[in-house]
Design a protein. Structure first.
Length: 269
C-alpha cells in the first residue's frame, strides 16, 4: 500500500522525496498493465495520465489520485482482465491447453468476442487512415485480455516495438503469416518458439496518447508468398482498389471473412 495518495498539484508532484520508491512501485504496476511509463520515481504528467486511463477502464473516477481503491485494483493478482482485476507478472506456461468449439483447428484470437469492431470503421480492414489504408482488423477487448494463437505455427519475430507504446509478434502459421499487433511487451512466447492452436501468446496492450474507443488486438494476415518486412512503403506496398497504399507487403490478406468464421471457434482462457 502506498504511504499516501499521490497526485499532481498545479502541475508539480505533491510527493516528498521519501515517496520516490512508492512512485516507482506504482509505475511498475502501470507497466504490468501495458502503460509505457518510465519507473523514475517521479509522479509527472505521463504517470498521472496512465493512472487516469486505468481508472476510467476500471469504472473509477478518473481523478489521477492513487487512493486505496485504485491501488488495490492495480496490484490485484487475479487473472480476470477488464473486470477490475489485474494479472500476475509471472510468465504463463508456453503450452496452454485449449479446447475447440469448431472442427477446423483454427481459433478466434480471444476466448470471448467482446465486440465485432473489426467489421466497421475505424477498425475494419481497408478503413482510411490519413493517406493510407488500415492493413488489419482491430478486435476491441479490455486491457490485459489474453490473445491466443489462431493456428499452430512458429514465432518468426518478436516481441518488437510496434506502435504507440505497444508491441507485436509475427507467427508463421503455415497457410498464412499473422502479425499480432498492439500487444504488451511481456509475452510467454518469442522468436523461435513453436505454438499450438489456441495457445496463449500475449495480452492486449494499451495505445499511449492515442484516443480510441477501446484497447485492442490489431491483427494482420499475409499469404506468405512474399518475403521481407511486413511494413513497406512506396510501390512495394499492397494497395486498396482505389490505389491507396496499405504500407504493407503485397501478399497482405483481409482477415475479415476468416474472423467471422473463427468467432464460432473460441479457445479456452
Amino acid at each position: 500500500m502506498l504511504r499516501s495518495t499521490l497526485k499532481l498539484t498545479d502541475g508539480y508532484p505533491d510527493v516528498s522525496p521519501y515517496l520516490n520508491g512508492d512512485v516507482r512501485s506504482l509505475q511498475r504496476e502501470l507497466q504490468r498493465w501495458g502503460f509505457a511509463v518510465k519507473p523514475d520515481g517521479k509522479f509527472g504528467p505521463s504517470t498521472q495520465s496512465a493512472v487516469k486511463t486505468f481508472q476510467r477502464k476500471q469504472g473509477l473516477r478518473d481523478d489521477g489520485i492513487v487512493g486505496p481503491r485504485t491501488w488495490t485494483l492495480l496490484t490485484a493478482k487475479a487473472a480476470t482482465p477488464g473486470v477490475g482485476a489485474g494479472f500476475s507478472t509471472s510468465v504463463p506456461p508456453a503450452q496452454t491447453p485449449a479446447a475447440s468449439t469448431g472442427s477446423d483447428g483454427r481459433f478466434f484470437p480471444m476466448a470471448r468476442v467482446h465486440s465485432e469492431s473489426w467489421t466497421k470503421s475505424p477498425g475494419r480492414f481497408g478503413a482510411s487512415r490519413g493517406g493510407r489504408a488500415h492493413a488489419g482488423c482491430d478486435i476491441y477487448a479490455p486491457l490485459g485480455t489474453w490473445i491466443h494463437a489462431i493456428a499452430g505455427g512458429e514465432v518468426t519475430l518478436g516481441p518488437y516495438y510496434f506502435y504507440a507504446g505497444t508491441y507485436a509478434l509475427e507467427v508463421n502459421h503455415g497457410e498464412f503469416v499473422a502479425r499480432y499487433g498492439e500487444i504488451q511487451k511481456d509475452t510467454p512466447v518469442r522468436r523461435g518458439d513453436k505454438v499450438k492452436a489456441g495457445q496463449r501468446i500475449g495480452r492486449v496492450g494499451h495505445l499511449v496518447n492515442i484516443n480510441v474507443k477501446s484497447d485492442m488486438l490489431h491483427l494482420e494476415l499475409y499469404q506468405g508468398t512474399s518475403s521481407g518486412s511486413l511494413t513497406v512503403k512506396g510501390e512495394a506496398s499492397a494497395k486498396r482498389s482505389d490505389g491507396v497504399p496499405f504500407q504493407r507487403r503485397k501478399d497482405l490478406m483481409d482477415p475479415t471473412p476468416l474472423l467471422s468464421q473463427w468467432r464460432k471457434n473460441l479457445p479456452v482462457d
